[in-house]
Design a binder for this molecule. Structure first.
Ligand code: ADP
Length: 161
């Protein structure tokens, strides 16, 4: 059985992430989307639980997907899941630099783990969670960039005092 781990911050999940999950679900038997708590990232917009909940909601039509959360070392998490493949999405050259280093670092720590990359969908090459958060910080509309459940959650947050 081919199992793949898709790790990320997903703060919040975007249509670009969903496109990768959808395409990966046709290539693998099981996908685990793993929400990673990265202590080096600036303050998150959504809590880990909120991110997991939104991911669960917007992926519920994908039968072979599971959403989980983790903190710590990725290669240890991957092993704990009885998997050895990590899937990351690739947008521009800037992603490549970072992903290349990360993939080699994981390989150094555990040579049996493979990181594979999937090219962004043609409509999503500009789309990032950071971009979405920036638009929101200035009151902009992200309805074409994120799934409906994320938009709903954002609106709920905006009406909170
Ligand atoms: P990070 O782990 O850097 O916090 P993100 O949560 O932003 O990553 O994204 C998780 C994964 O999804 C990463 O592999 C990232 O490159 C990929 N990704 C993000 N946005 C897109 C997009 N628009 N198209 C394809 N892949 C994407």
């Amino acid at each position: 059985m081919r199992k793949v781990i898709c790790p990320g911050s997903f703060d919040p999940v975007t249509n670009g992430h969903l496109d990768i999950f959808q395409r990966a679900s046709e290539m693998f038997d099981e996908i685990v989307v793993a929400v990673f708590h990265n202590p080096n990232k600036e303050k998150a917009m959504f809590s880990m639980q909120e991110r997991v909940d939104m991911l669960q909601e917007c992926t519920r039509d994908i039968a072979n997907i599971k959403v989980d959360a983790f903190t710590g070392l990725l290669h240890e998490y991957v092993r704990g899941q009885n998997a050895n493949v990590v899937l990351r999405g690739l947008r521009a050259l800037t992603d490549f630099e970072y992903e290349f280093q990360r993939a080699l670092m994981i390989k150094k720590l555990d040579p049996d783990i493979e990181t594979i990359f999937m090219m962004t969908g043609t409509d999503y090459s500009f789309l990032s969670s950071t971009g979405v958060r920036e638009i929101l910080a200035f009151g902009g509309c992200v309805s074409e960039l994120v799934p409906e459940c994320v938009e709903k959650k954002i609106k709920e947050k905006q009406v909170q005092p």
